[in-house]
Design a binder for this molecule. Structure first.
Ligand code: UGA
Length: 429
């Protein structure tokens, strides 16, 4: 949706295809099925201008197009590998409709070698190799800032065996004035995985250092600031917290590990990255239990805890691999009653986390009612501006467990709270 809307906004005619009729109807009537800042306006504007339409018909879209982007899901299979059935189905549909030379661009995150796989699928459906080219053009946008990332990318990566196809795709991006890396298909495929894996490594690294900070008088915020000031390292993705979630990093790290192992070149550092990430929530929940719990089978029985933030990150309603799922289950298992709040992900969260022992609230203050602790799980901007005095009056015990380090210890202790954050010893009022 984001790629299509941005290409339309740059003046191209774009036809979006999805197998879900409801989604297509929503989009054609000017709606937007996900929460993504700036996207609804962009979709509406280009729909009105007649540059953007949606259909469930692959042939209709293929016949009218010169360039076809494949942006389907590539979910994990049990051993961590990648399920390419949606890529295969899209390639088959395209092949059956192909009427003249077209460029097929893989935007989905796919294992090295998938470009060749797509080529084989299309040829198997009777299309001559001279009638199409395959290009890999990986996606680097982040949810929550997808439109911004697409309009102002750090780089565009285009991988293809065909110089002609790569140049045509490059022209599409010309107006963005971004650095363009033209390379072979397999390198482009691996650039995507290696980028996500490196970012995840930065996160797990800083989280491991945060664990050490908690055993000393050091403060991870200061450490990250000092480390990130080195231009060879950079400050981005050094935010210690509850670890990475979402639909990309966990899946992509597993896929890269599995693929590298299969090829006899295991990237074993990623085992440690994953292990550190898997340990974030259990470690955080243990700190909550150590502070609030009794030494019984259900250490948090009789306690109410407020949970702020349910989506996997701010500015999205996406609950995939959200840390809130694991945290809510662990706190419930320890016997706590939960009062939870999220600015927009509540309905998606309810479907996944369920209702038992959980009250979904209309505001952070309502979630704080009768609570012995507030747990910050997602760093929504709204929470940074909370009226801490008002929050405190709602609570039974004024304790904040900040899983994303959104507050400064002084700010919270001055307001009369005990404060547990990541990578720092607890602070008292
Ligand atoms: C990620 C990449 O950042 C994008 O470049 C990529 O295109 C996308 O995956 C993808 O493969 O499709 P996304 O998952 O939307 O984007 O979100 P991020 O902003 O990268 O955050 C991922 C996770 O890391 C979140 O759970 C976030 O809370 C966590 N994170 C991020 C930290 O714990 N600390 C940080 O400093 C930064």
């Amino acid at each position: 949706m984001v790629t299509g809307a941005v290409f339309a906004d740059l003046g191209n005619d774009v036809i979006g295809v999805d197998i879900d009729q409801n989604r297509v109807d929503t989009l054609n009537s000017g709606g937007c099925p996900i929460h993504e800042p700036r996207l609804p306006e962009l979709l509406k504007h280009n729909l009105r201008e007649g540059r953007l339409t949606f259909t469930t018909s692959i042939p209709e879209a293929v016949l009218k197009s010169e360039i076809i982007f494949v942006c389907v899901g590539t979910p994990p299979v049990e051993d961590g590998g990648t399920n390419l059935s949606q890529v295969e189905a899209a390639a088959t549909g395209i092949a059956r409709a192909l009427n003249s030379y077209k460029i097929i661009v893989n935007k989905s995150t796919v294992p090295v070698g998938t470009g060749d796989f797509v080529r084989e699928v299309i040829e198997k459906n009777g299309v001559a190799s001279t009638d199409f080219d395959v290009v890999c053009n990986p996606e680097f946008l982040r949810e929550g800032q997808a439109v911004r990332d697409t309009l102002q990318p750090d780089r565009i990566v285009i991988g293809s065996a065909s110089e002609k196809a790569a140049k045509i795709v490059q022209l599409l991006y010309q107006a963005l004035n971004a650095p363009c890396i033209i390379t072979d298909t397999q390198s482009a495929e691996l650039i995507k995985y290696a980028s996500n894996a490196f970012l995840a490594t930065k996160i797990s690294f800083i989280n491991a250092v945060a664990n050490l900070c908690e055993k000393t008088q050091a403060d991870i915020r200061e450490v990250a600031k000092g480390v990130g000031a080195d231009s060879r390292i950079g400050p981005a993705f050094l935010g210690a917290g509850l670890g990475y979630g979402g639909s990309c990093f966990p899946k992509d790290i597993d896929a890269l590990l599995q693929a590298s192992r299969k090829l006899g070149a295991e990237i074993s550092i990623l085992e440690a990255v994953r292990a550190e990430n898997d340990n974030r929530v259990p470690r955080f929940v243990q700190r909550i239990i150590d502070r609030l719990g009794a030494t019984s089978r259900l250490p948090l029985e009789g306690k109410t805890i407020g949970v702020l933030g349910l989506s996997f990150k701010p500015d999205t309603d996406d609950m995939r691999e959200a840390k809130s799922i694991e945290i809510c289950h662990a706190l419930r298992e320890a016997g706590a009653e939960l009062r939870v709040y999220d600015p927009i992900a509540t309905e998606n969260a309810r479907r996944i986390i369920g209702d038992e022992g959980i009250e979904y609230c209309q505001s952070p203050y309502v979630a704080a009612k009768g609570a012995s602790g507030i747990v910050i799980v997602t760093e929504w901007r709204d929470f940074i501006q909370l009226n801490l005095n008002r929050l405190k009056t709602e609570m039974v015990e004024p304790i904040i467990f900040d899983g994303r380090n959104i507050y400064s210890p002084e700010q919270v202790t001055d307001a009369g709270f005990e404060y547990f954050s990541i990578g720092k010893t607890p602070a008292k009022p």
